[in-house]
Ligand binder design. Sequence first.
Ligand SMILES: Cc1cc2nc3c(=O)[nH]c(=O)nc-3n(C[C@H](O)[C@H](O)[C@H](O)COP(=O)(O)O)c2cc1C
Length: 107
Amino acid sequence: MQELYPLLAEAEVLVLAAPIYYFTLSAQIQAPIQRIYNMNKPGNLKKTALLASSYSPNVYDGAIGEYRGIINYWGVEDTGIVTAKIDEQKTDATRNRILELVGKLSA
Ligand SMILES: Cc1cc2nc3c(=O)[nH]c(=O)nc-3n(C[C@H](O)[C@H](O)[C@H](O)COP(=O)(O)O)c2cc1C
């Protein structure tokens, strides 16, 4: 986390990317998200996005609710959310959705 704090302090764009583990973002991404508490808000942040994958459909409500709650608190722009259940992963359609998001994040 000590490596992440300076990067987060500089970042203008933040993409959270994680698999869904039991109806929410995996613990591996929850840990750094929760430690952002220590800096309250990444000061230069302007845009964010969420990428999440799962095996099943309709398992994203918890992750999306958490993501929206955090970015509303930070007062930053949601650039978009891309989810991919098992049959949507590694497809051209999902790749194109991510590339579209990258275009908006870098605009
Ligand atoms: C511990 C664990 C919990 C998981 N829980 C869910 C779940 O609640 N719903 C679901 O659709 N997929 C669940 N999955 C499947 C992952 O979301 C899926 O494997 C992942 O999106 C694909 O990314 P990966 O290549 O990193 O595994 C779980 C996987 C693991 C290992």
